[in-house]
Design a binder for this molecule. Structure first.
Ligand code: ADP
Ligand code: ADP
Ligand code: SF4
Ligand code: SF4
Length: 596
């Protein structure tokens, strides 16, 4: 079986370990050069053809820099790209179809962005021959018999213009200059400015400087800029992060409308409801994060997402996960004992400048995870600060014996910390961050152990999110406010975060408030739901925590969106507006739990 050896360049520190891998490799000891030192970098290189896969170096490397995996023989001929010796390897590519939206789903680190970079023409695929990169003719020949052949023929001749919305919109504010209006005008090659401004509801922020935009505003601006271009290929890397549910549906509609006639539209997205709504077809990418990725053949969107959730791809005869992911159609209402009540609040009112928040009376219990739904700027943070005793309400009061400690994960995550993950965790999370318990309950499941010696500034979006969540959970607090934890995380990471957060809430007897716009995530994480309604920035109305079913129905009714449940997996699917089910569900007031 062919073998892939990957050494993470950032993690490998030969000076600190005195080239331990080289010293312990049994083959090297007998004179076989399975590991050699690159003279330029001083770092080891593993010869995959010689290595016998004993795994000793993987186990002993003090910085967890080495991975060695076997891959099926038949894959080898399908290698599309390798970044270098002992680097990540991508097999096959998503096959886009003209006039259709192709969705891509898969774990982080398995090559989704690499695929987008290749399909957009930014990265020329080397077919694994990084030391002797092939010419376009060879590449086109490689894709013979596939729909990718005409695609790459055009790309090679500059006859295919591609535009990409990057993943990490938080960083755009630093790259772009000017006001929203200026940026959109420059991008407007299709003469569709008014239409797009209208669809993305950008009118009110047209004169705002890009550096003053919130994450959700930046996301809509970035989608707008791409949609205004006259291109043949439109690529979107996670278009829904930071948007509320209503905005997600709007953006999804806009992206769908770009798939005209011969246009290709390709979208990477982890919010399953959005991916389902946007795509016609879906490709699953599976493999070993950071080591290799394999792209599946495109499938119809419904079947494709179900196969992904099942963890088994029949066409490839490939199991990608041990267990299937299933959804609960009838969430159990948790019953709380009176002594578990941690805090109660009466009706409260708070005015801050032009904004007025009214909170209905409610209570929270030890170990309770309260999901919060509602738009941004509606008073969620204000509410939590009142609960914690940091802000005095103008009407009503919070009967607290002492100030409750609050730990907060902000919505926007920026790689600003100047140091390693370990330093950030200890400095900002406190001593608990390095305890054995925290390591096994939080850091290991969130896959942070491997990142400990990496610099925060060099982390990917998903890695940074996990580190921010862990830092928040390391603090000993009674109230946790975790704002949009799922952005940039893949589906499995979202499930892991849900599990970890629930566990911490139980262990510490704390209350956790989770603000999240991926509403399917609330299925996994929340016991109860708190709905915030009103007009962002003007007036907010916070309802008491209620059961998931009641809360979802109330929230979705306000938005006018209904979900049906997929028969096979139980996952929620957005109904087309005005469809038979949409009308039926609205008439019976069941916006979220109807089985079909
Ligand atoms: P995804 O989008 O699925 O999260 P990516 O395509 O961004 O995955 O990355 C897949 C793997 O390729 C990651 O392990 C990443 O570190 C690695 N990688 C990305 N760019 C480079 C590069 N220029 N050189 C070496 N490795 C890279
Ligand atoms: P959310 O957490 O739902 O995004 P916040 O509670 O942070 O909302 O804010 C609600 C509204 O109150 C926003 O419009 C915000 O600009 C406004 N606001 C928050 N703090 C102040 C303040 N100290 N002075 C004036 N307005 C404020
Ligand atoms: Fe040391 Fe690990 Fe690098 Fe080998 S791979 S030189 S053991 S840090
Ligand atoms: Fe050597 Fe074993 Fe590591 Fe291969 S897996 S490089 S044989 S120590």
């Amino acid at each position: 079986m062919p073998r892939i050896a990957v050494i993470e360049h950032d993690l490998c520190k030969p000076k600190d370990c005195h080239l331990l891998c080289l010293r312990i490799c049994p083959l090297v000891r007998t004179g076989v050069k399975a590991i050699e030192v690159n003279e330029e970098t001083g770092k080891p290189i593993i010869a995959e053809s010689l290595c016998m896969g004993c795994g000793l170096c993987v186990k002993k490397c003090p910085f967890h820099a080495i991975s060695i995996v076997n891959v099926p023989e038949e894959l080898e001929e399908d290698c599309v790209h390798r970044y270098g010796p002992n680097a990540f390897k991508l097999y096959r590519l998503p096959i886009p179809k003209p006039g259709k939206v192709l969705g891509i789903i898969g774990a982080n680190g398995t090559g989704k962005s690499t695929s987008l970079a290749i399909l957009s023409g930014r990265l020329k695929p080397n077919l694994g021959k990084y030391d002797e990169p092939p010419e376009w003719d060879d590449i086109i020949r490689f894709f013979r018999g596939s729909e990718l052949q005409p695609y790459f023929s055009k790309l090679a001749e500059d006859r295919l213009r591609a535009v990409l919305k990057p993943q990490h919109v938080d960083l755009l504010a630093k790259k772009l200059k000017g006001t929203v209006a200026q940026l959109l005008k420059v991008a407007d090659e299709r003469g569709a400015l008014d239409e797009i401004v209208d669809e993305l509801e950008l009118k009110d922020i047209m004169n705002r400087d890009v550096r003053k935009l919130s994450g959700g505003e930046l996301q809509r601006l970035a989608v707008g800029i791409v949609a205004l271009r006259e291109a043949d290929v439109y690529l979107f890397d996670e278009p829904s992060s930071y948007l509320d549910v209503y905005q997600r549906v709007k953006v999804a509609k806009l992206i769908r409308s770009l798939a005209r006639e011969d246009k290709y539209v390709i979208v990477v997205e982890h919010d399953l409801a959005v991916l389902d709504y946007i795509s016609d077809l879906v490709c699953v990418i599976y493999g070993e994060p950071g080591v290799f990725g394999v792209v599946s053949m495109p499938r119809g969107v419904g079947v494709g997402i179900n196969e992904y959730l099942d963890g088994y791809l029949p066409a490839e005869n490939m199991r990608i996960r041990k267990e299937a992911i299933r959804f609960d159609l009838r969430p159990l209402e948790r019953i709380w004992k009176p002594e578990e009540k941690m805090l109660s609040w009466p009706r409260m009112v708070k005015v801050l400048g032009d904004f007025k928040l009214t909170v209905e009376p409610g209570s929270a219990h030890k170990g309770e995870v309260i999901g919060i739904v509602g738009p941004n700027g509606i008073g969620k943070t204000t509410f939590i600060r009142m609960l914690a005793g940091e802000l005095e309400p103008d009407e009503g009061y919070v009967p607290l014996r002492e100030k409750l400690k609050v730990s907060y994960k902000p919505q926007y995550i920026l790689p600003e910390y100047d140091g390693t993950v370990r330093n950030m965790l200890v400095e900002e999370g406190g001593p608990e961050a390095t305890s054995a318990w925290f390591r096994s309950e939080v850091l290991r499941p969130l896959r942070i152990e491997k990142l400990m010696d990496r610099y925060v500034k060099e982390l990917s979006g998903g890695e940074l999110q996990s580190v921010y969540i862990a830092t928040c959970l390391a603090k000993d607090a009674k109230i946790y406010l975790i704002d949009e934890p799922m952005a940039y995380l893949d589906v499995e990471q979202r499930l892991t975060v849900a599990r970890v957060v629930r566990h911490i809430a139980e262990e510490r007897g704390a209350v956790v408030f989770i603000v999240e716009h991926d509403i399917i995530a609330h299925d996994f994480i929340a016991d109860t739901l708190m709905v915030f309604t009103g007009r962002p920035g003007i007036e907010g109305h916070a309802l008491s925590p209620m059961g998931l079913k009641k809360g979802m129905n109330l929230f979705l009714k306000e938005l006018g969106i209904t979900f049906r449940r997929d028969k096979h997996s139980g996952r929620p699917r957005v109904n087309k507006e005005g469809s038979y089910l949409d009308r039926l569900q609205k008439s019976i007031g069941e916006y979220y739990y109807v089985e079909r």
